[in-house]
Design a binder for this molecule. Structure first.
Ligand code: GDP
Ligand code: CA
Length: 308
């Protein structure tokens, strides 16, 4: 049974780790967000793809919540000593991956192919595709000005309220080879519990992807990233409050109108009426460990009428 999943970084990766516990990895295609990508110290970093790569191959630091386990920071310390840009935290092991990816991209290898090679080398059995090979970049409009995603998120600690989100480059981008095919070949499409505005919408902004989901012939189910109206981590709740007018399941569902048939959300969230065409599915959604993530993935597949 082919399962295609739209995913951001950490929240998405945790869900995917559960999903791979209940379906065959060979049947899973992940369409990852690349609108957080950035150049740091001349290197191409794809934070969301890397969170997925590290988490699904047992290399993530789950305590820190991002990056690799058993990491060290000597290269970045040296960068700081030398007066270089050290605001974006890159560990030594992580840097090794960015060196290889950047070298491939410079040699003209497209991002999806570079990602495939990294995934193969790391032993990932599921197929990981960037939403696009083209540069789509998220910009946040805030009262303090308009910032590129990582400047707002990391350098400014996502403290600025967001008035609007833009996906620069999206109109000229094309889905990476395999993305539309994976959506067309899916028996089930899932939207991971990722940030709707900065992880999922930038995927949908790539021309052709939203359209393919709107015209899907199979069920599509999203999982809410909010538990009890609050983000488990990060700014999703504040963004929803300001941009969608609230943090109930109905507000989350409003981000996915026309593309999902059901929204899975937590028992802690009052089951308000959802937008037309979106069925509510209530379960435990806090992924405290791999077992909980696996149960959430199973419940999500079940909601799609495709029990694991
Ligand atoms: P990022 O790209 O690394 O920011 O990660 P994502 O966009 O994929 O995921 C971020 C979202 O994951 C946040 O809004 C969190 O609330 C959500 N999240 C993290 N852990 C959990 C969890 O255990 N359950 C649910 N439902 N959401 C979670
Ligand atoms: Ca991200």
């Amino acid at each position: 049974m082919n399962v295609t999943v739209l995913s951001g970084g950490v929240g998405g990766a945790r869900f995917l780790r559960g999903l791979l516990g209940v379906v065959d990895a060979a049947d899973v295609t992940i369409v990852g967000n690349v609108a957080d990508d950035l150049q740091v110290l001349g290197l191409h970093v794809s934070p969301d793809l890397d969170s997925i790569l590290y988490t699904l191959t047992g290399r993530s630091d789950d305590e820190r919540g991002w990056g690799r386990a058993d990491e060290s920071w000597r290269a970045l310390e040296t960068v700081g000593e030398l007066g270089g840009d050290d605001w974006f935290r890159l560990g030594d092991r992580d840097l090794g991956l960015h060196l290889v990816r950047t070298e491939l991209l410079r040699a003209g290898v497209p991002l999806h192919e570079a990602t495939l090679r990294l995934a193969r080398a790391l032993g990932l059995d599921a197929r990981l595709l960037p939403a696009t090979d083209d540069p789509v970049r998220t910009f946040l409009e805030t009262p303090a000005g308009t910032f590129p995603f990582q400047t707002w998120f990391v350098a400014r600690g996502h403290r600025d309220e967001v008035d609007a989100v833009h996906y620069a480059g999206a109109p000229d981008a094309a889905p990476a080879p395999g993305v539309l095919e994976a959506i067309a070949a899916a028996a089930v499409i899932l939207v991971a519990p990722s940030n709707p505005y900065v992880s999922i919408q930038p995927i949908l902004a790539v021309p052709g992807i939203r359209d393919a989901l709107e015209h899907r012939a199979v069920p599509c189910v999203a999982v809410s990233p909010l538990v009890g109206g609050r983000a488990v981590k990060g700014p999703a709740d504040r963004m929803l409050r300001r941009l969608a007018g609230g943090t109930t399941p109905a507000h989350v569902a409003s981000c996915y109108e026309g593309i999902v048939d059901a929204l899975v959300f937590d028992r802690a969230d009052a089951s308000a009426e959802l937008p037309r065409g979106v069925r509510p599915v209530v379960t435990e959604t806090l992924m405290t460990d791999v077992g909980a993530a696996r149960r959430l993935a199973a419940a999500t597949l079940d909601a799609a009428g495709a029990p694991a």
